[in-house]
Ligand binder design. Sequence first.
Ligand SMILES: Nc1nc2c(c(=O)[nH]1)N[C@H]1C(S)=C(S)[C@@H](COP(=O)(O)O)O[C@H]1N2
Ligand SMILES: [Mo]
Length: 307
Amino acid sequence: MLIRRPDDIPSSEITPRMLFERRREFLRLSAGAALAGILPAAHGALGPGRASTYSTSEELTPLKHVTSYNNFTEFGFDKGDPARTAQALRTRPWTLSIDGLVRQPKTLDIEDVLKLAPLEERIYRLRCVEGWSMVIPWLGIPMSTLLKQVEPLGSAKYVEFITAVQPETMPGVRTRVLDWPYTEGLRLDEAMHPLTIMAMGLYGDVLPNQNGAPLRLVVPWKYGFKSGKSIVRIRLTDSEPRTSWMKSAPREYGFYSNVNPEVDHPRWSQATERRIGEFTKRKTLMFNGYTEQVGQLYTGMDLRKQF
Ligand SMILES: Nc1nc2c(c(=O)[nH]1)N[C@H]1C(S)=C(S)[C@@H](COP(=O)(O)O)O[C@H]1N2
Ligand SMILES: [Mo]
């Protein structure tokens, strides 16, 4: 097999994935990189850019789109707002509390969360409920690793994710569009599923503020809004938590919010999506394409009613 050196390749042929890998190579080589301490020492079990059970091999969405086309209502309502305004977000000091129905409630400093386990690379599709999607190389740890730290009690059935409120830095929280803080929720078995991660980086670097620094939930088979950004607290409960979106529009946003092309949003179809950076629409896949991994979590449920 002929392997071309990057220098031989015209820049028009350089793909986001190649940029991503070069960037990681650069970070690996630069001992002084701020991220050196938190990046995996080796390329991790998955190997660089290779498809695995957990990663898609689809083309990555260019970094410039991932960091400039965002939903982060605390920082404004236009897709371009968070890239500018979220620069004010204070991400240090930062603590994460995990409490509720657990044997060992804990408040962890962000630096300790970063050291809990080696960061793993996961290339996931992200499908927004509004009908667009991206493919993003996340760095994170399984949510189960985090939850095991506090030893959930047998009575714990659900997990609530509570995100930061910084009125001085977040213009959005001075409005009443949502009931702040932005909260989300999962069933405990969904939160413990190996696909569910707490992301701390993307594209081989620390998480940009607009993508939910320093800690952001990622649940790839659910609509993007389930992936709460800038999380400060995780609470285990015995009843289904009410989320910010359920409170604001219960007919439109259910607790499960699994990506499902067969169940329309009351105001639009969910059958197709536009990959950011592309023009033609593609079909939306059941569970965002993760049926093999997560389908069994929902056997016996009527997904039209429990949407
Ligand atoms: N705290 C918080 N988290 C949030 C949101 C938000 O408004 N506030 N928006 C959600 C929505 S609707 C989507 S589609 C994704 C977008 O993530 P991205 O900007 O990293 O692509 O973040 C989700 N997480
Ligand atoms: Mo979204």
